[in-house]
Design a protein around this ligand. Structure first.
Ligand SMILES: Nc1ncnc2c1ncn2[C@@H]1O[C@H](COP(=O)(O)OP(=O)(O)OP(=O)(O)O)[C@@H](O)[C@H]1O
Length: 750
């Protein structure tokens, strides 16, 4: 899932050719004639190189354009400069998470669509990094001369472009331009969903024996409570179709619902005379090790509370799986290839697959899931539609849930639900012209984790719905909520040095005194919540004088678990990677402060206590992008005289078994970074007792409503906000992620 997987070979794969891409590259120092930039191919390629050197586009993007030119040359066609330009920009957009480029949108507003100049250029107050791209040679300047018809005509006349029916590196579908590989992913996902939705359901007739069993199981699993129990409805809908999506915000009961759903499905299997008591083979998966471990923890607890004895069909606890694996492991990832062991020729042995945190799954991985699933297997996606989309291209869950809020259940679905669940759907959720997909999407609408007064809940909701009122902002500035504080919200443009000081002290202690009631004694659901703590906490837990060279490995494992748990109490999140407000600057700042307070022995390189985030999959070590480990000093080495000697080892929780620890030598770790600060993107699938979101002092395209919502909802109990500029926070939540893709359109076709 890492960006590093987008190698140049992705293009030659689709073409079935290994044409070297560096052949006859233009001289990057060649002067670009500004008045005729698209007049010649050489000029266009030199211009692309200039953008590449300015950091506007990737070498991969210029390489792709060159490949198109070479392919055309080989076929005796002279490529039009406009085709080269559009090829490079489509590749650039894929690198930014889009599945395709909608040419009409691109031409209407190229600057914003392409987000050029690039984001993350430092800080207004602290550094200023100019980007040396000459005036009048920006993509938006060039594209301003063209109409949609010009682009379509140029593309349709090129051998490098097809409508998908023949192999060509670019696919044009209406006004959407795709790299072929991504067009194929989207097509496979759409087909996988449509095929499943079209399969006849034994539950369609509410009087059938299967439907009666489902109804009985649902009544057992969901004691009557509110007028509309959306969890019960979600179970009924998901049971009815071979493809379903259950979406909901934090604590709305996605895990609880899916455990109930699995129990209901096993009830039906147990009562099905054709299955002779054989239960369904069910697998649970999540996109990252962290998300898998979190679901592992919660699902076991939820399963143990099931009223199994009262269910029809003789369901046992063993019938409900509680072990969650990563998607990569489930599909059988192999080193150095993005092809999985399980695919169409070697499908998974599974009847039902549940994928949690599905918002993190990109089109590439989702297409692989559909490839590996037997045609009749049921797929259930769980996730929060409002969270950030996947790091790599696509926003699959978001697209599938575009209409979830209004539901669009047909009168037929509404009447089926009323019979099966005894619940009458509210009229605004019924729509005569609901689509097939709408009938398989359920939204959970009530949070059980946060109480009515929770500031985290109210702030997250306000950010999500665009209702960030002055009243609410005043509340969070003045610590009127127990659980939320905007630490420097009183200053519109706070002094940068003072803000950095604030981040330093907050990172060390979590400054519980800044929360209302000093962060003490808050009870939620009859439980006293742990107080906010900073990084000092885990660096104290790491000192354990009782452990020696003779201590058994289990004792060290247990110690590592408690340190990792202590580290998870607090996390600083930020929007950017670079600059003083990004991961790089904040990591340095916090490490220096921990060193000054003598909590760590040095602030750079490897040291005991260093928390690290893995940034690329390492199949040999079994580490996945997003895994977090803590460095320990352990007495496991020996001197020449055979005396115990200390060495550093990084402890990682093992992703698939509960409680296991892998101890890895730092020298074996390849792609990693220190993780006192983490981007919100990387924090998806994780939750922390206390989260502090640091926002920069100027607006960036990455700073969006989805990013702020995701940052806030990573906090279980305490949330603090530090801003470089108050207006940037407000403007950021006004920006929305819109990813170009054709999936929803394909699924909307009747
Ligand atoms: N119908 C319900 N009645 C009472 N409590 C519930 C109900 N559903 C869920 N809960 C409780 O709410 C909490 C959150 O539930 P759950 O973990 O299922 O939600 P989730 O949506 O999976 O959460 P997350 O946002 O962490 O993914 C749990 O403590 C759970 O026991």
């Amino acid at each position: 899932m890492s960006r590093t997987r987008h190698t140049e070979s992705q293009f030659s794969l689709d073409l079935g050719d290994d044409t070297p891409v560096n052949k006859s590259a233009p001289d990057p120092n060649e002067a670009v004639d500004n008045s005729y930039h698209l007049a010649s191919l050489a000029n266009t390629e030199a211009l692309l190189l200039q953008w590449q050197q300015a950091g506007w586009i990737r070498p991969l993007d210029t390489g792709f354009a060159r490949l198109i030119r070479e392919l055309s040359d080989e076929q005796g066609e002279r490529t039009q400069p406009l085709v080269l330009l559009l090829a490079a920009l489509t590749s650039h957009q894929v690198g930014r998470g889009h599945v395709c480029v909608d040419l009409a949108t691109l031409l209407a507003d190229a600057g914003n669509t392409l987000a050029l100049p690039p984001e993350e250029t430092g800080s207004r107050a602290i550094t200023e990094t100019p980007i040396p791209v000459p005036e009048a040679t920006r993509p938006q300047d060039l594209l301003a001369r063209f109409q949609l018809g010009d682009c379509l005509a140029a593309l349709m006349g090129s051998v490098a472009v097809s409508d998908g029916s023949v192999t060509a590196p670019l696919v044009l579908n209406n006004s959407r331009l795709y790299l072929r590989r991504f067009w194929r992913y989207e097509q496979r996902i759409a087909e996988g969903i449509q095929e499943r939705l079209a399969l006849p359901s034994p539950l369609a007739d509410p009087q059938s024996a299967a439907a009666q069993t489902l109804s009985q199981a649902l009544d057992t699993l969901f004691p009557p409570t509110e007028p509309v129990d959306y969890q019960k409805l979600a179970c009924a809908l998901a049971a009815r179709h071979r493809f379903a999506v259950i979406t909901g915000g934090p604590g709305t009961g996605k895990t609880t619902t899916v455990v109930n759903l699995l129990a209901a499905l096993q009830s039906m299997a147990g009562n099905d005379p054709h299955r002779a008591g054989r239960k369904y083979r069910i697998r649970l998966a999540a996109p990252t090790g962290k998300a898998a471990a979190r679901l592992n923890e919660s699902i076991g607890g939820a399963a143990s509370k099931l009223p199994l004895a009262a269910l029809p069909g003789d369901v046992h606890l063993d019938d409900i799986p509680t072990k969650v694996t990563t998607l990569h492991r489930l599909l059988g990832s192999r080193p150095d290839t993005r092809h999985f062991r399980h695919n169409r020729d070697n499908p998974l042995l599974v009847d039902i697959l549940v994928i949690d945190e599905a918002s993190m799954v990109d089109v590439d991985l989702m297409a692989s899931v559909f490839d590996a699933l037997p045609a009749s297997a049921q797929l259930i996606l769980l996730g929060d539609k409002d969270q950030l989309a996947s790091v790599d291209a696509g926003a699959v869950l978001g697209e599938l849930c575009q209409r979830a809020f209004e539901a669009h259940y047909t009168p037929d679905t509404a009447s089926w639900l009323a019979t099966i669940s005894g619940t009458r759907i509210p009229a605004p959720l019924v729509d005569n012209s609901g689509l097939a997909l709408d009938q398989a999407v359920a939204m959970l609408r009530k949070s059980y984790r946060f109480d009515q007064d929770s500031g985290i809940r109210q702030l997250a909701e306000a950010v999500n719905t665009g209702a960030l009122t002055n009243h609410l902002l005043k509340h969070i500035r003045s610590a009127a909520f127990d659980d939320v504080i905007w630490l420097n919200g009183h200053a519109q443009q706070p002094d940068p040095e003072q803000t950095l000081d604030l981040i330093r002290s907050h990172a060390i202690t979590g400054t519980p005194e800044r929360f209302r009631n000093a962060g003490q004694g808050r009870m939620v659901n009859d439980k006293t919540l742990p107080s906010p703590v900073g990084y000092r906490h885990y660096l104290k837990v790491i000192h354990n004088p009782d452990l020696t060279a003779d201590s058994p490995r289990e004792a060290w494992d247990a110690h590592a678990r408690s340190v990792i748990q202590a580290f998870n109490e607090f996390q600083i999140l930020c929007a950017l990677r670079k600059g003083p407000w990004g991961v790089e600057g904040l990591n340095q700042l916090i490490a220096q402060q921990l060193l000054a307070e003598k909590l760590i022995e040095k602030a750079e390189g490897w040291y005991a206590g260093r928390p690290v985030l893995i940034t690329g999959n390492d199949y040999n070590l079994g580490l996945m992008n997003g895994d977090i480990g803590i460095t320990f000093r352990v007495p496991w080495d020996k001197t020449a005289a055979g005396e115990p000697k200390t060495t550093l080892r990084v402890a990682f929780p093992s992703s698939d078994s509960v409680g296991g620890i892998r101890w890895i030598s730092p020298s074996r770790l390849q792609q990693l970074e220190t993780v006192y600060a983490m981007t919100v993107h990387k924090s998806q699938g994780s939750e922390f007792n206390h989260t502090c979101l640091v926002l920069p002092d100027r607006l960036s395209p990455v700073l969006t409503k989805e990013l702020v919502y995701t940052g806030i909802t990573r906090a279980k109990n305490w949330f603090s906000l530090i801003t470089g500029d108050a207006q940037v926070f407000k403007d950021g939540v006004g920006q929305q992620v819109v990813r170009a893709s054709g999936l929803a359109l394909r699924l909307g076709e009747r």
